[in-house]
Design a protein around this ligand. Structure first.
Ligand SMILES: Nc1ncnc2c1ncn2[C@@H]1O[C@H](C[S@+](CC[C@H]([NH3+])C(=O)[O-])CC(=O)[O-])[C@@H](O)[C@H]1O
Ligand SMILES: O=C(O)C(=O)Cc1ccccc1
Length: 243
């Protein structure tokens, strides 16, 4: 298991075309997401805290778009001895094989099923917790409502969904302000202007953010009546929704 520092977009013309979760990205992903998403470490820790509160004995926990398994690891640390099963899904093979290495590096009595498949195909049942940590934003917008209904149907009463996303804003002044603050965060983490602009072009058509209002409406339409953002920094939010 070797993970490297992210310099994927450092050279002119590098990584042209759309951003993909390929082996190059998987190899630097841990560094990339920490330097790109403000609050990522806090969100991962808090997902573990939520698991400790919500995971009921014998229930299932889903980590949809698990990447290298950061959320799954955080959850697993908090729910030992409850006979829960974690189902962690990603459709990127390089991500999933590195995820398996990370999980195998620690001993645990909690079973983790890693599944290489599209989260739009997932069956959810007997779930006390579902995690979508920066994954919904990569689904085609027209597929997002259906997934949210599937999640609501598979959650047990009292179960929790954690939904973290990059946000878009209707107000242009707010959009520019929070976008600029996010860019400053990336600059402060050592990304050059070239890296920032090349990555921005690569993710433009791949990561399609919704507004907070759209998220709230989608969650309400799916059946969630208790919804609240528990974390926001600039254009990144993490919401909690209880069935
Ligand atoms: N349709 C899909 N089906 C399955 N997986 C998908 C799909 N679309 C995208 N992915 C997967 O969703 C993940 C998104 S990253 C999640 C971080 C993680 N949750 C973390 O807590 O570290 C967020 C980011 O890169 O900003 C990638 O691993 C994709 O392969
Ligand atoms: O880097 C960015 O600008 C982002 O919006 C976050 C991100 C983090 C990791 C992969 C893709 C997008």
């Amino acid at each position: 298991m070797n993970s490297s520092l992210d310099n994927l977009f450092a050279q002119p013309g590098e990584h042209q075309g759309n951003f993909q979760f390929d082996s190059r990205v998987a190899g630097v992903f841990s560094d990339m997401i920490r330097r790109s998403v403000p609050g990522y470490g806090q969100i991962i820790n808090t997902i573990g805290d939520f698991a400790r509160r919500f995971a009921t004995p014998g229930s299932q926990i889903y980590d949809l778009g698990c990447s290298l398994g950061a959320a799954t690891l955080s959850i697993r640390r908090q729910i030992e001895g409850r006979g829960c099963r974690i189902i962690a899904i990603d459709n990127s093979e390089p991500m999933l094989s590195r995820c398996r290495e990370h999980l195998d590096a620690y001993v645990s009595d909690t079973q983790v099923d890693l599944q290489l498949c599209d989260i739009r195909q997932v069956k959810i049942e007997n779930a006390s917790m579902v995690v979508l940590n920066f994954t919904l934003q990569f689904l085609p917008p027209e597929d997002r409502d259906t997934l949210m209904r599937t999640i609501w149907q598979g959650l047990n009463p009292g179960g929790v969904l954690v939904l973290s996303e990059k946000l878009r804003f209707e107000d242009q002044a707010i959009q520019s302000l929070l976008d600029e603050q996010h860019l400053d965060f990336k600059r402060a983490n050592g990304y050059s202007e070239l890296e920032i602009s090349q990555k921005r072009s690569a993710i433009e058509n791949v990561l399609v953010p919704d507004t907070l209002a759209v998220h709230r409406q989608r969650l309400a339409n799916a059946g969630f009546s208790q919804v609240e953002p528990w974390f926001q920094c600039f254009n990144f939010v993490s919401m909690v929704a209880i069935k």
